[in-house]
Design a protein around this ligand. Structure first.
Ligand code: ATP
Ligand code: MG
Ligand code: MG
Ligand code: MG
Length: 568
């Protein structure tokens, strides 16, 4: 590619709001431009690196036996209601209506669409197992989009979904994906750890691992053992801390809190109107039954399986089941899955998920019919912060698996794999006939990699003070050819000749044919970060060029043949 007419706008300074070094360098290097918060255009250089990443991911997916397809971003709300996630997902789900007032969502993941597809197309064990994947744009209206591509609202993901006939099959598929992920991140030259993790809104009944790129900017904490292979996300790490138990606001804060009388609120829309804030997914009351049949109401956000786990731990009760509609109605006067603050009869425990309530105008429940509290400061008013990470672990404490001790690192979650089991196949009717002609439910797994986030994660790890330092496998170009002056015939001729030879060998080169001073060109070359730089200067007449690797300090004078051999 010739640089002169390329859309490659390098900048001396990055915008002040770009905090992460990957974000700053990708803006300065002409890789990306922001269009809106968390929404970016990939300029030609950025697109090239993304394609390299996509190629690595595709190769490993196909090697693991996955088949590529492409599903729509725009998905009917109906599908999301079937799985139950339309109400569970919360404000991160981008919702819209078509001209006929039909509801849609822009996919943050594709479990619903793919499960409905497979339910309709596969009905025999003879066609299983099958793994399908796509590389596609995802939408999540993140509360705090930041760090450039690291947390976008529109981003590129590889998502794969597997369908097996039994748990042995699920385990095998999961293992092969785990290995494919390890190969993908190794190929990208990423320092990473695979860690045990929490299932979040994806849910599911099996295990899950996150793949964490180690970087200080990372928003997650990786807990690992200095001795054995134990590694976990701090959210999930096994510790011994005692949970805090409190269901009353601190007395000194009571006055500030506002009791809101909300009679007759039965829908999300009504709740939102009453509160003047988006409420969907913020507060939801689920009723669980303990083994002796005592109902426990829990105001939560997100997945009931995760919440069930928390309640078990929090109340120290072994067995819980989600109450049926009738019990819920009896206890709260509202149906199961009712979203919004419902009054709770005296004596019922009410928990607030601290993550759900971490809004400036937080809402919490109250145990008086049709009242709830506004202006609650979770943590201060209800010291419930332990609910989210009740397995509170501290650095230096001993490993749960061996005699070693635990160390903490910051990590960027670049991928996650889940054993979902029947979570989606059950509700969406993905069943098959087994060898004996019996109907069974398929068992699923799902596997995501944030490709655009991966691009930034690699940049976080591979740069220096002058700019990006791409690993060869994903660099936008392998070699950057720089004639000292584009007015010198001998230099330009030699540069063009090298460029043609490299192109002939299918080696990607960038030819800086701009009318710029050498200093400007060299600075830009460092910023852009191709692995090899060739300067064509005063020795061009003798067929010699200056060869330099981006990671090396020294420059070597070599013949054109030698240079081409070194690049190839
Ligand atoms: P996070 O914890 O960072 O919010 P997540 O656990 O919600 O991520 P998953 O649902 O596991 O994300 O999605 C699969 C992958 O998609 C993640 O491992 C991550 O690499 C990527 N991803 C998720 N959210 C974003 C985002 N907002 N911007 C860019 N990539 C993302
Ligand atoms: Mg998320
Ligand atoms: Mg996560
Ligand atoms: Mg995740």
């Amino acid at each position: 590619m010739r640089q002169q007419f390329m859309l490659l706008p390098t900048l001396r300074e990055a915008p002040a709001e770009a905090e992460a070094v990957s974000h700053r360098l990708m803006i300065r290097g002409g890789y990306i431009r922001q269009v809106a918060a968390g929404i970016y255009t990939y300029l030609p250089l950025g697109r090239r690196v993304l394609r390299k990443l996509e190629r690595i991911v595709r190769e490993e997916m196909e090697r693991a036996g996955a088949q590529e397809l492409l599903m729509p971003a725009m998905q009917p709300a109906e599908l999301w209601r079937q799985s139950g996630r339309y109400s569970e997902y919360g404000p991160e789900l981008v919702r819209l209506k078509d001209r006929h007032d039909r509801e849609f969502a822009l996919g943050p993941t594709h479990e619903e669409v793919v499960t409905a597809l497979v339910a309709g197309e596969i009905n025999s064990y003879r066609k299983l197992p099958v793994t399908l994947y796509q590389i596609q744009t995802k939408f999540r209206d993140e509360r705090r989009p930041r760090f450039g591509l690291l947390r976008g609202r529109e981003f590129l993901m590889k998502d794969a979904y597997s369908f097996d006939t039994d748990w042995t099959g699920v385990d095998l598929t999961y293992r092969s994906m785990y290995e494919a992920y390890s190969r993908i991140f190794t190929a990208c030259d990423l320092r990473f750890r695979a860690v045990e993790a929490d299932a979040g809104t994806i849910g599911g009944e099996g295990g899950t691992h996150e793949f964490m790129a180690l970087a200080d900017i990372g928003e997650d904490t990786v807990v690992s053992c200095t001795h054995c292979g134990y590694a976990a996300n701090l959210e999930k790490a096994e510790g011994r801390a005692e949970p805090v138990r409190q269901d009353e606001p601190a007395p000194e804060n009571r006055a500030r809190m506002e009791k809101l009388h909300t009679p007759g609120i039965h829908t999300i829309e009504q709740l939102e109107q009453a509160l003047g804030v988006p409420a969907s997914g913020l507060i939801k009351t689920l009723i669980f039954l303990t083994a002796d049949g005592t109902p426990i109401a829990v105001a939560v956000r997100g997945d009931h399986e995760v919440n069930e786990l928390k309640v078990k731990h929090y109340l120290n009760c072994g067995e819980l089941q989600l109450a049926d509609a009738e019990t819920t109605l009896r206890v709260t006067g509202a149906p199961v899955g009712f979203v919004g603050p419902v009054g709770l009869p005296d004596g019922l425990m009410l928990l607030t998920d601290h993550r759900a309530a971490a809004l400036s105008d937080a809402i919490a429940g109250a145990n008086e019919a049709e009242y709830h509290l506004r202006h609650v400061q979770p943590g201060a008013d209800f010291p419930l912060e332990r609910i989210g990470d009740f397995r509170n672990v501290t650095e230096g404490e001993s490993c749960p698996r061996c005699e070693g001790s635990l160390v903490f690192h910051r990590g960027i979650e670049v991928g996650q794999i889940f054993k979902l089991g029947a979570k989606y196949s059950e509700s969406m009717g993905a069943r098959f006939l087994d060898a004996d002609g019996r109907e069974q439910t398929m068992l699923m797994g799902c596997y995501g990699i944030g490709i655009s986030r991966l691009l930034s994660a690699v940049a976080e790890q591979h740069h220096d003070d002058s700019g990006l330092v791409w690993p060869a496998a994903i660099a936008p170009f392998q070699a950057h050819l720089i004639p000292v002056s584009n007015k010198r015939d001998d230099q330009m001729k030699l540069a063009e000749a090298m460029y043609e030879r490299l192109s002939g060998q299918r080696i990607e080169a960038l030819l800086d044919d701009r009318d710029e001073r050498l200093g400007v060109k060299l600075n830009d070359a460092d910023l852009i970060g191709c692995p090899i730089r060739i300067v064509i200067g005063k020795d061009a007449a003798n067929g010699l060029v200056e060869y330099k690797e981006r990671t090396a300090a020294e420059t070597r004078l070599v013949t054109v043949d030698e240079a081409i051999e070194l690049i190839a």
